[in-house]
Design a protein around this ligand. Structure first.
Ligand code: ITT
Length: 181
């Protein structure tokens, strides 16, 4: 049964499809679930998945992905507000905010929430790296300014990024769980 990935972000869908290829089909659907005001990505994603499952009225399970970039020197900013900050400040200017800091460590975090009407499960993944001046054409969002082992995530192809990324790790936990149900 195809999983309905509730997101407007095609980059997320590409990564989930690449990872889950041969395990399950992934269909991109739009549904404007309420992003509850919370610092807890797990809570945002789980509530969103339940609301989308009910709202879509389909029998297929749904998957919601809530992600964020957390910059150490900025107290974890933009964190849960990453999408808003990308739309307003932009990736390049976020880099400029971090550029003057001695500590340029940051991490990405993803929570995937799955809901099939009977149960809601969440899966998390994170990856640590260093912020750098933008490089690379691949990926999406903050990928060009996030370096892992000498390369930015935007300099990796989808499989390479999935092998080390926050989303790849969350997808791995999800796939492992899915294999047992
Ligand atoms: P949906 O809510 O529709 O799924 P979104 O892009 O708004 O899409 P989020 O609320 O999870 O998703 O926002 C996360 C922000 O972080 C957003 O600006 C993304 O572009 C960015 N982001 C998420 N995953 C990323 C990744 O793997 N690499 C780089 N940036 C990422």
């Amino acid at each position: 049964m195809a999983i309905q990935f509730v997101t407007g972000n095609e980059g997320k869908v590409r990564e989930a499809r690449t990872y889950l290829e041969g395990i399950d089909a992934v269909e991109q659907v739009s549904y404007a679930y309420t992003e509850v005001q919370s610092d807890d990505l797990g809570e945002i994603a789980a509530r969103g998945a339940e609301e989308a499952f009910d709202g879509l009225g389909s029998e297929n399970p749904v998957l919601v992905d809530d992600s964020g970039l957390f910059v150490d020197a900025l107290g974890g900013f933009p964190g849960p507000y990453s999408a808003y900050v990308e739309d307003t400040v932009g990736v390049e200017r976020l880099w400029r905010l971090a550029e003057g800091e001695e500590n340029r460590r940051a991490h990405f975090r993803t929570v995937l929430a799955y809901c099939d009407g009977e149960r809601t499960e969440t899966f998390v993944g994170s990856v640590g790296g260093t912020l750098v001046a933008p490089r690379g054409e691949g990926g999406f969002g903050y990928d060009p300014i996030f370096e892992y082992n000498g390369r930015t995530l935007a300099e990796m192809d989808t499989d390479e990024k999935n092998a080390i990324s926050h989303r790849g790790r969350a997808l791995a936990a999800f796939a492992e769980w899915l294999a047992d149900v």
